[in-house]
Write a protein that binds this ligand. Structure first.
Ligand code: KIV
Ligand code: NA
Length: 266
């Protein structure tokens, strides 16, 4: 798709039903992103998520998704201390979680780690720009590459992770001109989120795109549905029907053979 100039679609999933939906929608790539820490598990950031939690979710997604290329995020703290740690957890993702590739956050400083992971046959998707795992150091979730100096650093990071062997990279929260220029300069695809239309592909967090998570909505999100409202309304209606005995109706109830019933009463 990249070679043909066809934009690549990527969407996150976190469990069996969402993996199945990504597959059925024909989406090209499926990301078990560590954003699931916030949108599915209720943590305040992605930082507390463990490798075991991630594997649990990725296995469920893999049972639903059969066709989209499956990428899993390496959780914060599982891969930074040494390339050996990174290789070990990356292999776990393929062996235990049925992932086909891993994603990790960082630029130049992660180049050696990316080189080591790819050398053992695990494809790596890099992630630069806004790196949510480092939100404490970045001072929150905010746009990156807004000064000429920062933009140059982003380009240097992009070239470094490409050189290290990444098969592509996520560009998050970067002005579109900068993301477009970085994309032009590379020989591998960029997957944008809040990075404009000139990236090689796009990714969104499913719970944001479907309007399931509304604690906060990033500027770059587009809500394609408002499922939170639809689902909450459905649950309220159920609650009301239980209270009025409108549910269950005869259609939701099992019959019994009248002869058997007569015997029972006797
Ligand atoms: O965790 C995630 O969902 C991500 C995407 C936003 C790229 O990393
Ligand atoms: Na992530």
């Amino acid at each position: 798709m990249y070679k043909n100039g066809e934009p690549i679609s990527m969407m996150t999933a976190q469990d069996y039903p969402s993996g199945l939906m990504v597959d059925r929608a024909g989406i090209d790539m499926c990301l078990v992103g560590d954003s699931l820490a916030m949108v599915a598990l209720g943590y305040d950031s992605t930082n507390p998520l463990t490798m075991d939690e991630m594997i649990h979710h990725c296995r469920a997604v893999a049972r639903g998704n059969k066709t989209a290329f499956l990428v899993v995020d390496l959780p914060y703290g599982s891969y930074e201390a040494s390339p050996e740690d990174a290789v070990r957890v990356s292999l776990r993702c393929l062996k235990e979680a049925n992932a086909e590739a891993v994603k990790l956050e960082g630029g130049k400083e992660m180049a050696e780690t990316i080189r080591r992971i790819t050398r053992v046959g695990v494809p790596v998707l890099a992630h630069i720009g806004l790196t949510p795992q480092r939100q404490s150091a970045l001072g929150g979730f905010r746009v990156q590459g807004k000064t000429a100096k920062q933009a140059q650093e982003l380009l240097d990071d992009a070239l470094a992770v490409q050189e290290a062997g990444a098969f592509g990279m996520v560009l998050e929260a970067i002005p579109s001109e900068i993301a477009g220029y970085i994309t032009q300069r590379l020989k591998i695809p960029t997957i944008g989120i809040g990075a404009g239309v000139d990236c090689s592909g796009q990714v969104l967090v499913m719970n944001d795109a479907l309007g399931l998570f509304d604690r906060f909505v990033p500027k770059f999100t587009k809500q394609y549905a408002n499922l939170n409202q639809i689902m909450t309304n459905a649950l309220s209606q159920y609650h009301a029907e239980v209270k009025t005995r409108a549910f269950p109706a005869p259609a939701n109830t099992y019959p019994i053979d009248p002869v058997q019933l007569e015997k029972f009463w006797k």
